[in-house]
Design a protein around this ligand. Structure first.
Ligand SMILES: [Zn+2]
Length: 490
């Protein structure tokens, strides 16, 4: 067997002002054929798992380019076309192949392409013809379009959010691919449109039980090869945005359709119950002040660079200043220009500085004041599990008693080490403000007396009823109250 594999992925928040070009891919992951490291990034596990499967089977794995950019805004048109052309050229050169196994995200939007994955998959299908297996692993924060369904044989999406299972799902993808290539199975994909958009953390109920149920069905029903919830991605303003249920069966299309519909309607029935409880900046700061002991962690959950925002909002900081809080630290506020000014001034200097809230509306106002420069670190890094996450040249400044970390590479607050590398003892502070939706939880929960999920300002389009969509469907919940009733639950 000759199998072609490649990866092209990023998550596009179409409302984000942080547009990305080829340099953004090169800064995150750009690996030409054969150069992908042994360990996968989020969307490239089909390559690393594929190496093992091909070695075991004695098959020939032809590796194309793997490219991943950290979530941000619109992808530059020439950059997408160049990466697409690179991968398609490699596929043409690899002909004939028996299968194409891809790592994608599913929410990439490029200038001129609202459905880049559909575009790529359709071109792959055109090259290999109708009889070659085409499949992909994707992130559930994606848009499942008709074009993609038509072009591919089947998809497997991560089940967990946070995405702890991206390697396990690549194993599923390859297991089904091997069974298909060896003639034991014929995968067909059934899709149900839940006509909703929501946020589905699997670390809490009711999504935890729903995902456990999917795994149980997969294990117990021999006709069912894979079940996925496509959560959808509400920050992507595209015509087919929304939550979908995907069932892959062994040639049982009707059974798959019925199961997809039943599971999809079960999700719809629980709409509005999945998200974590959120409070606003005023309530978060009041609760943090009132707490008997610290540190109280305030997660500025929607100004999360991991969701494509700039990460420079000052709304929570403004609230701390208005409340006269001094025993607090904030990590981080993205402001490369302010960092550059601090670097020029040097440690120990006291300077007038404008910082924060320069990139997007709904993020508060820039802060103007006399700040003390406490510590400067080039190429700062924080821990993230077993690895390190860079946050660029960084400045620890003190303003009206509050310790603030300014950074120059956008990064969410994964770990308390982001404070300690800048000379701040996170355990000694009453209040810690970080920018992360949920990935922070594992490490910060170990030092926090209390954790508050704070929705401050509007850096991220987290309320679909108020988001100024221009392309997304209107007949989905919560924009419409009961789209299934209107459509006769079709
Ligand atoms: Zn995701």
């Amino acid at each position: 067997m000759r199998i072609f594999t490649a990866a092209l992925a990023t998550e596009t928040n179409t409302f984000s002002p942080i547009c990305i070009d080829r340099r953004a891919f090169e800064a995150s992951l750009y690996a030409p054929p054969g150069k992908h490291p042994e360990t996968p990034t989020l969307c490239t596990a089909p390559i690393t798992v594929g190496r093992r499967v091909a070695a075991e089977k004695g098959w020939h794995l032809i590796e194309g380019t793997a490219a991943w950019a950290d979530p941000a805004g619109l992808v530059n048109r020439a950059t997408y076309e160049m990466l697409r052309g690179e991968i398609l050229g490699q596929l043409r050169a690899a002909q004939p192949v028996d299968a194409v196994v891809l790592g994608l995200h599913g929410a990439m939007v490029a200038d001129g392409y609202e459905d880049t994955e559909g575009d790529l998959l359709a071109r792959v299908r055109e090259i290999v013809g109708p009889d070659v297996l085409v499949c992909a692993e994707l992130d559930p924060h994606s848009h499942l379009t008709a074009k993609r369904i038509a072009a591919a044989d089947f998809f497997v999406f991560f089940k967990e959010f946070p995405h702890t299972d991206f390697v396990d799902r690549a194993e599923d993808l390859w297991r089904i691919a091997v069974d298909t290539l060896e003639g034991r199975m014929r995968p067909v994909m059934s899709v149900f449109d839940c006509r909703m958009i929501d946020v589905f953390p699997t670390s809490r109920e009711p999504m935890r039980s729903f995902v456990d149920k999917l795994i149980r069905i997969e294990n117990e029903d021999p006709d069912v090869l894979s079940l996925s919830v496509v959560h959808g991605f509400m920050a992507g303003d595209v015509p087919e945005m929304g939550t979908k249920m995907v069932v892959v069966t062994n040639a049982r299309l009707d059974k798959g359709q019925e199961l997809a519909r039943n599971l999809g309607l079960e999700l719809f029935a629980k709409r509005g119950m999945f998200r974590m409880p959120e409070i606003d900046a005023r309530q978060a700061v009041a609760e943090a002040i009132a707490a008997p002991v610290g540190p109280v962690v305030i997660a500025d959950m929607w100004d999360n660079p991991g969701g494509g925002t700039a990460g420079d909002a000052t709304v929570v900081l403004q609230e701390l200043l208005a409340s006269g809080v001094t025993d607090a630290a904030i990590g981080t506020i993205w402001d490369p220009m302010a960092v550059q000014i601090c670097m020029a001034a040097g440690e120990g200097a006291e300077i007038p500085l404008r910082f924060g809230a320069k990139s997007a509306p709904g993020t508060g106002d820039p802060i103007d004041g006399i700040v003390s420069i406490m510590r400067l670190v080039r190429n700062a890094e924080m821990r993230f599990g077993e690895s390190l996450a860079p946050f660029g040249d960084a400045a620890h400044i003190r303003y009206r008693g509050i310790d603030i970390i300014l950074n120059s590479t956008r990064a969410q607050g994964f770990d308390p080490s982001l404070f300690s590398v800048m000379g701040i003892d996170p355990r000694s502070k009453k209040i810690l403000v970080i920018k992360s939706t949920n990935h922070f939880y594992a490490s910060f929960s170990k030092i926090a007396a209390k954790i508050l999920y704070c929705s401050a300002g509007s850096p991220y389009p987290n309320d679909p009823t108020r988001t100024p969509y221009r392309h997304a469907p209107r007949d989905i919940w919560p924009i419409a109250s009961d789209p299934h009733a209107k459509r006769g639950a079709a």
